[in-house]
Design a protein. Sequence first.
Length: 354
Amino acid sequence: MHSRPDLEDGILAILDELLDHGHRPIILCEQALGSPNAAPSPKAHVRAVHKNSLRGRYHFLTARTVITTHGVYRPHRRPRRQQIVNIWHGEPLAKPVGHLIGNEAIESSWATTLSSIGKAFRCAEFGLHPDRVLVVGAPRNDRLVRAERHTIRARIACDDTESISVWLPTFRGSTERQRPDGIPFRGMVPLPEHELDELDQWLAHNNSTLLIKPHPTALRSAPLKRYNRIHAVSSDWLATRGLTLYTLLAGVDCLITDASSVWVDFLLTQKPIIFVFPDVEAYSRTRGFNLEPYPEWVPGPLVADGAGLLGELQALHGGKDGYVAARRSAKARFHRYDDDRSSHRVLAAVGLTR
């Protein structure tokens, strides 16, 4: 098993299901074991091996089944008796990946998706026959559905009277891509400091908090200055509280994003989504969207600046939510399943249930 970053939600969900069926999986880690950011072995009977070690490569080459959210190594032809189950790390409804942007797709025996619409894009992204794309849901969403809001909010030290939003911007440039997507912004989010100051003041006056988590592959940006109610969070911040990204999502009241496909997963909560996307036209010209015109597909307001964001947060705070029907319709369109059995369906489809 392999994910990037190590122990991503989808892999953790599959891991639990494999253990329930008596399997003893091996985790191939991105970070060298013993390094500050290395993921510990998550459970008893689970071995963690650095993927670039000789032992890691041996386990990969001799495995009958590899389950991954990314390509484990550079594109290659898999061993003849090996099946690679590509659960990927997001739904292909926002930005294109793989063949759709001219990249080599990872060799996959199977790929998973949430819906018939997603299946069409998966086939194009990875060059797969439709029979090889499984509409079974996303294992990462098992953890979102199962997580208890009460428990999550206790771990981030808040109660039900406090409103919490999480902002998950996608990257505009990364260490892996030379061409920027859209217009890169300097900070963690595309708002100037004076707009963040105004937002922080409003949050403080309305018993609200905003958590900002940069994309894992985004270039490092200048840290946020100290705010009262706006906080940057990282994977380490989550881990120290016994959380992951998808369990955190179960405890928040609103998602803020742009082209990240996390909004498709967040539809399962039916909570509000705000799209802060000042460079939507530039993004359409550079990276492009799978769903065009993008503003007409998203089930929430699309705003261009801090004033727009503040206005939408104020409306929600006042009980005005004009996108309930849009979210309900989008959920029906983009999700065949809304339960916590996606991991089970994946394993059953590829012959790993007992």
